[in-house]
Write a protein that binds this ligand. Structure first.
Ligand code: FAD
Length: 459
């Protein structure tokens, strides 16, 4: 047996179970070097937001503890991944480097270059499918292109070979005996200090693989039957809250898929419909990545290029600040923005309402909102976030038509009829301290539609 070690490079897959790269390394039997590289320097890699940094600290702590229990230290390095992986491979005389694939354009470019460099130096490089149920290039239209509408995309996924079964977590691993230099996680200063604004995040979330599985189990046991009927009501807590766990790969979509299928086997009627609805939402996650794979500039460039001519007025900084801090005078919008600030998350229905309000009532470019969400969301991911924003703006894939303007007052009446969610998030609601409406909904809606008509006018 070879004693040259295998390097397992952890990225957006901070777990031990159903980790194909780790599984393959464990099966191979050589000593394992586990490494995580915080790369915010390679060309095109988008630096993480503040809430993401907070989550990453917790998730790496949990992963390091799980690996340590199996006798493998987690090596931490910060900087451009290319030279770091090459240097590490040389210094431990690695036989192979293994990782699970990433699908963003810049990330793929980094990985391709690293793979070529390793192979040139006689080091094996293997990549695996671990973060998506369907590799984006395996799902294509009859004409061989990518999908821009969800329903046929998801139909094609469902006609493809079904997602494989998850791999078990390794029961034992062999670490490499000599110790390796590692950064101290605290030195990365991912947690906020002066001020420590993360109290609400700590109260709302527990990062890590164990917490991810607990969320899934509780959701499938207690909540799934009412998912289809209540998922749009933000006060009901009827959704899985798995998005940050999936974002950081603390749980894999394969695990979520098969655990749900297991429940579906005995579910009937409305319960079965709820399960299908939940699996379809996982489908939207797949679709967002499919779209990003084929349009790597999704966070900055309109997918529908005719939107490039949209006549955005000069940025109203005061209105943008009011929106960010939940002081627009529209209760559902403000409740959502304050939930985001406090907990690092926001209910899906309210994400749509707050995004629509920014774009269509304040006439502020969707990219401003996307960047704020990127900074504040613990689940911010480079596919679903720009995908969601472009969907609301009308410029994206399978997007809401531009003339669909969510009315935040009607949305509140429909989805938060007892104002429970509003009161949870706005302590001064219905008092004199609550701000007056920033804009007139009817007037701003008309202005947005006029701007849209200008875009559509033949030139
Ligand atoms: P559930 O309803 O329990 O759904 C299960 C899983 O399916 C989610 O965890 C998520 O992984 C996936 N999912 C559900 N809805 C969507 C969707 N519309 N698009 C893509 N995946 C979906 N989701 C993110 O994970 N990261 C983001 O950065 C993000 N930004 C968004 C921005 C905007 C403007 C909008 C409108 C939506 C955004 N979403 C994003 C999608 C959605 O709001 C969240 O996935 C959802 O609120 C997470 O809650 P949950 O885990 O309880 O979802």
């Amino acid at each position: 047996m070879t004693t040259r070690p295998s390097i397992v490079w952890f990225r957006d897959d901070l777990r031990l179970a159903d980790h194909p790269a780790l599984h393959a390394a464990a099966e191979h039997g050589a000593p394992i070097v586990a490494v995580y590289v915080l790369d915010e320097e390679s060309p095109g890699i988008r630096p993480l937001g503040a809430a993401a940094h907070w989550w990453l600290h917790g998730s790496l702590t949990a992963l390091a503890e799980s690996l340590a229990r199996l006798g493998v230290p987690l090596v931490l390095r910060r900087g451009a991944a290319g030279p770091i992986i090459a240097e590490l491979a040389a210094s431990v005389d690695a036989e192979a480097v293994l990782w699970n694939r990433r699908y963003g354009g810049a990330e793929r470019a980094v990985d391709t270059e690293i793979k070529a460099g390793l192979r040139e130096n006689g080091v094996l490089a293997h990549s695996f499918a671990g973060s998506l149920l369907f590799e984006p290039w395996t799902i294509s239209t009859g004409a061989g292109g990518s999908y821009s509408v969800f329903t046929p995309f998801w139909r094609a996924c469902n006609a493809a070979p079904p997602p494989r079964q998850p791999y078990p977590a390794p029961q034992s691993l062999e670490g490499r005996s000599a110790s390796l230099d590692s950064d101290d996680l605290a030195s990365w200063a991912l947690l906020p200090t002066r001020p420590d604004w993360a109290g609400g995040l700590r109260a709302a979330w527990v990062p890590g693989e164990d917490a991810a599985h607990e969320s899934l189990t509780t959701f499938l046991r207690d909540t799934l039957p009412r998912y289809a009927s209540e998922r749009d009501a933000p006060a009901e807590e009827a959704t899985s809250r798995l998005s940050p766990h999936l974002r950081w790969g603390e749980i894999s979509p394969y695990q979520v898929w098969h655990a749900t299928q297991q429940v579906q086997r005995t579910a009937t009627g409305a319960d079965a419909a709820s399960g299908i609805r939940f699996l379809t939402e996982l489908g939207w996650r797949e679709f967002a990545w499919h779209v990003l794979f084929h349009a790597p500039d999704l966070a900055t460039v309109n997918l529908r290029r005719d939107y490039d001519a949209f006549p955005w007025p000069p940025l109203d900084e005061r209105a943008l600040e009011a929106w960010k801090h939940g002081r627009t005078g529209f209760a559902l919008v403000d409740a959502g923005m304050r939930e985001l600030w406090r907990t690092g998350s926001m209910h899906n229905r309210v994400r749509m309402v707050t995004a629509s309000f920014l774009i269509k009532n304040l006439l502020i470019d969707w990219r401003q909102g996307e960047q704020w969400f990127w900074d504040c969301l613990v689940d911010a991911d480079s596919a679903s976030n720009p995908f969601g924003w472009q969907w609301v703006a009308g410029s994206g894939a399978d997007a809401a038509p531009y003339f669909r303007v969510f009315n935040p007052e009607l949305q509140a009446k429909k989805f938060d009829p007892n104002e429970e969610y509003i009161r949870q998030n706005i302590p001064e609601w219905a008092t004199d301290a609550y701000p007056a409406p920033l804009v007139d909904l009817g007037e701003t809606r008309r202005a947005a539609l006029a701007a849209y008509a200008e875009l559509k006018r033949p030139t």
